[in-house]
Design a protein around this ligand. Structure first.
Ligand code: C5P
Length: 238
């Protein structure tokens, strides 16, 4: 718990691919009037920059600081969103394409890439209280967060949500294929040596398979308001 009264509040929401972290974090931030940090977008932006350099994938695990420091990666408030900028601009649709998605979890295994993004993620606090989502928000980036949440959902449900989110067909075959892709990413994220995906100690764990989106958002906002009220003796600013 962060007991410094002047410090911004921090909620971390971690979980595996497709668990709904980003949509949940965005809505929790909107309701509280805080900023939402989508740390996955930072990993994607760095991935896109390395892709554009044309470096073969086989070399990615050994890339060093000089490569990761070439692109300028920053965040800037846009409403309650913290927009991710690559060399000062919106990275564009390549940020979310299938190849960037696949390569991001390969890049994320490299400790140098993770170190490159640590300061950028923590700079979110320069803009005030934050709801940060990712894989290591509660364990590594904001270990003193006021509230830590870990979201899970069944593999099939996560695959179904991903397809719906991308506007793709949701039939048995596509669900199985997407589930296989997610399973592969989960394995890469959970077995890497640095900052593996884990539920951090003390986290509020929510299995969202059968919980409605609004119910889970309400639960997190309720827990955040309680944590902030306990610390300050009043509700967090809206
Ligand atoms: O959350 P999203 O799917 O956008 O993240 C893309 C990839 O970035 C993940 O598969 C994961 O490997 C990596 N990542 C990470 N740590 C974070 C956020 C994302 O390793 N905090």
């Amino acid at each position: 718990m962060n007991r410094d009264r002047s410090a911004p509040f921090v909620i971390t929401i971690d979980g595996p691919a497709g668990s709904g972290k980003s949509t949940t974090a965005r809505e929790v931030a909107r309701r509280l009037g805080w900023h939402h940090l989508d740390s996955g977008a930072l990993y994607r932006a760095l991935t896109l920059a390395v892709r554009r350099m044309g470096i073969p994938e086989i070399e990615w695990h050994a890339l060093t600081d000089d490569i990761f420091l070439q692109p300028e990666i920053s965040i800037a408030p846009a409403g309650t969103r913290l927009e991710v900028l690559l060399d000062g601009s919106d990275p564009g649709p390549g940020l979310r394409d299938a190849e960037t998605t696949r390569l991001a979890s390969i890049l994320a295994k490299n400790p140098r890439a993770r170190a490159r993004l640590t300061g950028v993620q923590r700079s979110a606090l320069d803009f005030g209280s934050v709801v940060a989502d990712g894989r290591d928000m509660g364990s590594v980036i904001f270990p003193d967060a006021d509230l830590k949440v870990f979201l899970t959902a069944s593999l099939e449900e996560r695959a179904r949500r991903r397809l719906l989110q991308d506007g793709r067909a949701v039939d048995g075959r596509s669900v199985r294929r997407e589930a296989e892709r997610i399973r592969h990413r989960d394995r890469t994220d959970a077995t890497r040596e640095v900052a593996p995906l884990r539920s951090p100690p003390g986290a509020l764990e929510i299995d969202t398979t059968e919980v409605s989106f609004h119910a889970q958002v309400r639960r997190i906002v309720g827990a955040a308001t309680e944590a902030a009220g306990t610390l300050t003796g009043q509700a967090p600013e809206k």
